[in-house]
Design a protein around this ligand. Structure first.
Ligand SMILES: Nc1ncnc2c1ncn2[C@@H]1O[C@H](COP(=O)(O)OP(=O)(O)OP(=O)(O)O)[C@@H](O)[C@H]1O
Ligand SMILES: [Mg+2]
Length: 701
């Protein structure tokens, strides 16, 4: 080879021109270098060539492109990085001096080192030209060109080679600037993408993944960790983008304390370390010595760091800045995610609190506003649910004030007749003959006062439900007519002939003992069986003391609203007193008592035993029954509620007299009343009163 082999200077110019033009082609940096090397080797008549560039640390020479290397040589060239300090060879010398070497006879030139000979076998023959690639006065790398033949390098040739080297440097420089910008833009886009993803997510796991994945890309790193220290709870969270470890028992925890992660958190500055250079602590991941840790802080609650490491290279200022921006953004997003999760946790607890309140309300309001949580009441609710939908007759029995009417209405509301009428007929309040015409109606002229036709309640209730309250008070003659109507399914108005079909659901209620009335002959047995298809017995309040308190609180709420008070409830003794009283008037009485107490209640927010009326206050645990004619025996240590005791005894006597009279007159109240010298209504009222009065009273020990 020789100057002659460059062919004409015009060809040389064309070659320079082609190299300069490469800059404007849309090639990657490596492809461009390859083209340059191809051009130089071919134009200058060399047989092979290589371009190496310094890495970011300016410590190692990294092979960029080769020309005409065998596959084995290619592999070797790319796997060995020549270290400027440790490797003494022509390549490193060139880079260190920034000059050139023209090796006319590779075999015998004394400048060839042992390492050179080890690296390649070229040195056994031929000639080589080395030149440093200088960018702005600093060495960026080197080019070496080899020819099979030994040759003399004329000064003009050297000039031309150096001109090529210069031109290559310029192209590399410009390309590097381009590449740098491209990378910067790419990384900025990555950052932007990561930040918008972070902002869109409230899921911490997802956020770790986003942060770690973009950090790996921005830092060109191989390994990443997010490390969190929950300052308040003194707990740890380590995430490698796949797994999250929360306690101390994980593979990272022990080494983290000694790593740059700790240092970064403590100093609140970015720490970069390369263990190849600073050997004091082994890297977190063996074989990945180039580490960086960027601290992050979320309020005063969380501290942490993002950690990255890689096998080779370092972290440029740009990368550092981008990672810092990423972490600042991540911290803000983590903060709002943590806030979000705390809020949703709070929302959840609020929700469950609401559920508890609702449950309480359900308990309080019970079934169709029937309050009761005792098993007995729950069983009744169950029966109602079962029968409401059918048209079966229902007989509700229970003492006065136990809620018979309430339950009858609930059955109606629960049935598919709920949109139709609920008609409540109190048999005790309407005297015999009147009751008949009220129920069945009459035609005009049916009797003296019947000027025009009247529709009976049975007709009026058509499609709906009729409650025959106090059915025990229905006279035997009406009972007979009523039974016929039930069996036939139609009625005839008084004085009428037309059969009018009846579509009504019947509910009967009474506080009388119908069984006993049947045996006494004051109630028809056949009617009794007919109406008591589904019997519901509402137990008196004293038999379900758990309901007493629930009801009492319910009425407190009600009267707080009504009287605009703020009574909170009862003292525990107050509750006890409520439970010990026998409540002869049941829920109605309880309601009245609470109302009375609340009207009186001034500022006190808790009702205590002394706030109750005397009869309730006196309620004491040991109630006992006393039979008439029995010897009264009590000792000086007992205090006696005289009023209660005598009232109860009087009622008992009244009860016996009334019943006896009724018995004698086969249940005919008018006759019984006449015998007793009282009105029929007084008799009924008295019966009701004494029938409900418990023959029990209380003695204070
Ligand atoms: N379980 C209950 N829950 C809520 N309120 C109730 C309950 N039981 C009864 N009451 C209330 O008690 C009062 C009396 O109820 P209701 O009129 O239904 O009783 P009753 O058994 O029909 O009494 P009577 O035999 O005197 O006619 C009403 O104000 C009713 O709302
Ligand atoms: Mg009633």
């Amino acid at each position: 080879m020789g100057y002659q082999s460059f062919q004409t200077s015009e060809q040389l110019l064309q070659s320079f021109f082609r190299i300069s033009n490469l800059i404007t082609t849309p090639l990657s940096f490596d492809d461009m270098l390859q083209k340059i090397l191809d051009e130089v080797v071919d134009t200058m008549g060399f047989h092979r060539g290589i371009i190496c560039l310094l890495d970011e640390d300016k410590k190692n020479l990294v092979t960029k492109v080769v020309k005409n290397y065998t596959p084995v040589e290619v592999k070797r060239a790319f796997s060995i990085n020549l270290n400027l300090e440790r490797h003494d060879c022509l390549e490193t010398r060139i880079v260190k001096t920034g000059g050139y070497i023209a090796l006319e006879d590779s075999e015998s030139d004394p400048r060839v080192t042992d390492l050179d000979r080890k690296i390649t076998s070229f040195y056994q023959r031929g000639s080589t030209f080395y030149a440093a690639l200088l960018i702005e006065g600093e060495t960026a790398g080197m080019i070496s060109l080899w020819s099979k033949e030994k040759s003399k390098f004329a000064p003009e040739e050297v000039d031309i080679f150096l001109t090529f080297a210069n031109q290559i440097s310029v192209v590399i420089h410009i390309a590097e600037l381009f590449e740098d910008n491209r990378n910067k833009i790419k990384k900025l886009l990555m950052l932007q993408e990561a930040v918008s993803q972070l902002n869109a997510s409230y899921n911490l796991d997802k956020m770790h993944e986003i942060t770690i994945n973009s950090a790996l890309k921005i830092g060109n790193a191989d390994k990443a960790l997010m490390y969190f220290l929950d300052v308040e709870n003194n707990s740890y969270l380590i995430s490698d983008g796949k797994n999250i470890y929360t306690d101390k028992e994980n593979e990272y925890y022990p080494v983290i304390a000694k790593s740059i992660i700790r240092k970064a958190i403590d100093s609140e500055t970015i720490i970069i370390q390369n263990h190849n250079v600073d050997h004091h602590v082994p890297p977190l991941f063996e074989g990945y010595p180039a580490e960086i840790a960027i601290p992050l802080k979320i309020k005063d609650k969380f501290k942490g760091a993002l950690y990255l490491s890689k096998k080779l290279g370092t972290y440029s200022r740009d990368q550092r800045n981008l990672l810092d921006i990423l972490i600042i953004n991540a911290a803000t997003s983590y903060d709002s995610a943590i806030m979000h999760s705390m809020l949703s946790l709070e929302a959840k607890t609020l929700k469950s609190e609401i559920e508890v309140l609702k449950e309480r309300e359900n308990k309080l309001l019970g079934f169709h506003n029937i309050i009761g949580n005792s098993q007995k009441m729950l069983d009744i609710f169950h029966i109602i649910e079962g029968v409401a939908g059918h048209d079966t007759s229902i007989l509700i029995q229970g003492e006065s004030g136990t809620g018979k009417e309430l339950i009858a209405r609930a059955i109606h509301r629960q049935s598919n007749r709920k949109k139709k009428r609920f008609v409540d007929v109190n048999c005790a309040a309407i005297p015999g003959t009147l009751l008949e015409s009220e129920l069945f109606g009459y035609e005009a002229g049916a009797f003296t006062d019947a000027r025009k036709r009247k529709t009976g309640l049975l007709e009026y209730a058509s499609g709906g439900t009729i409650l025959l309250d106090e059915i025990g008070e229905m006279s035997l003659s009406i009972q007979a007519k009523f039974l016929r109507m039930l069996e036939d399914g139609y009625i005839r108005r008084l004085g009428g002939t037309e059969n009018i079909p009846i579509d009504v659901r019947f509910i009967f209620s009474t506080n009388r003992d119908l069984n006993r009335m049947v045996s006494e002959g004051s109630f028809r047995e056949d009617l009794f069986y007919r109406i008591s298809v589904v019997p519901i017995h509402i137990p008196p309040l004293r038999e379900r003391s758990e309901d007493i308190v629930i009801l009492a609180y319910h009425y407190i709420d009600e009267f707080n609203k009504k009287f605009n008070k703020r009574v909170k409830g009862f003292s525990s003794k107050g509750e006890e007193t409520l439970k010990q009283y026998v409540w002869p008037g049941n829920v109605r009485e309880l309601k009245n008592i609470i109302e009375r107490v609340m009207i009186m209640q001034d500022v006190k927010s808790v009702i205590a035993p002394e706030d109750f009326p005397a009869e309730i206050k006196k309620a004491a645990p040991q109630a006992f029954e006393m039979e008439i004619g029995q010897n009264i025996s009590f000792d000086a240590s007992h205090s006696i509620n005289y009023k209660n005791l005598t009232e109860s005894l009087a009622n008992k006597v009244k009860d016996r007299i009334l019943r006896k009279a009724l018995e004698l007159h086969k249940g005919n109240k008018t006759a019984a009343a006449r015998q007793l010298g009282i009105s029929r209504y007084t008799l009924i009222r008295e019966l009701k009163k004494v029938g409900n009065h418990r023959e029990s009273f209380d003695i204070d020990p």
